[in-house]
Design a protein around this ligand. Sequence first.
Ligand SMILES: *[C@@H]1O[C@H](CO)[C@@H](O)[C@H](O)[C@H]1NC(C)=O
Length: 360
Amino acid sequence: MNHSFFLSLSLSLLFVSVFSSDGADPLIRQVIDGDDARLGAEDHFSAFKIRFGKTYSSEAEHDYRFKVFNANLRRAKRHQNMDPSATHGVTRFSDLTPSEFRNSVLGLRRLRLPSDANKAPILPTDNLPNDFDWRDHGAVTPVKNQGSCGSCWSFSTNGALEGAHFLSTGELVSLSEQQLVDCDHECDPDEPGSCDSGCNGGLMNSAFEYILKSGGVMREKDYPYSGTDCGTCKFDKTKIAASVANFSVVSLDENQIAANLVKNGPLAVAINAVFMQTYIGGVSCPYICSKHLDHGVLLVGYGSDAYAPIRMKEKPYWIIKNSWGENWGENGYYKICRGRNICGVDSMVSTVAAVHTSTT
Ligand SMILES: *[C@@H]1O[C@H](CO)[C@@H](O)[C@H](O)[C@H]1NC(C)=O
């Protein structure tokens, strides 16, 4: 390569880069992260591999992942157009196809909405605070990471029980997801054949039922997470740290959801995670997002200027704790707008109460 060619190439790269950041393209801005003038698809991919420590076992695998990555860049761009109040771009999951993503980092087994069996009592909704966040009240453990295991349901379940246990005892104890992954095979009474099955998925209400029957959940540190489901159940009844008193389903009503959240602690919720694969931050409020629920998460709070009216600029939102580590989203959290049951977030909400047990 001669000098003048190299120079003109760099200049045109520089030009394109300046042009793009002026065009306020969040994808490009996020990828180049400031001033580095690298733009080609290969460079995006190299930066991605370095940032997330990705290595591939063969040349063929590498080339395939590069193709998937490029498809995901285009998808992130589409998501950005459909969801302008959030930022979408490259994430740790940018080399996964949508179906790999669903199979490896989601894990909600659910086809129908829960029956009315245990309906949460209707609560008064006047005097709800305008903003509320259980993280400010000590009821939320640090963000965890499910790894490449469809065990989201166990994190959602334990998140709700950790909060309920905190409310009943005043102590915040991180609970064992691995116990649920290894030991919980409870089946959904509404749906024959749909049973909690480790890394292959599960359902929060079935897990609450399992905890009720088994007696409780051990501490995270007594039964640490491995993110695989080939182990045997190592549940030790003498080391139970938290127990379920009862659990119920909250009605599909945003005021009831808020009231249950404030009164009972963080809530186990299901969501359609399609926009989460490319989510970087902001309030996600896609124009279109189906209510196909495929992910279990934890609702810990809400924010807005005023609770009832939807303002033009300030979008009221739910604050969601995810289980993909702190390096995903906003320090592990997702914000999704409330008011329209976006991505089905209001469709399957469960609240749990803990037995007051002393664990010391
Ligand atoms: C659930 O259990 C809690 C704690 O024991 C109790 O205060 C509450 O009344 C129960 N709720 C229902 C709906 O049974």
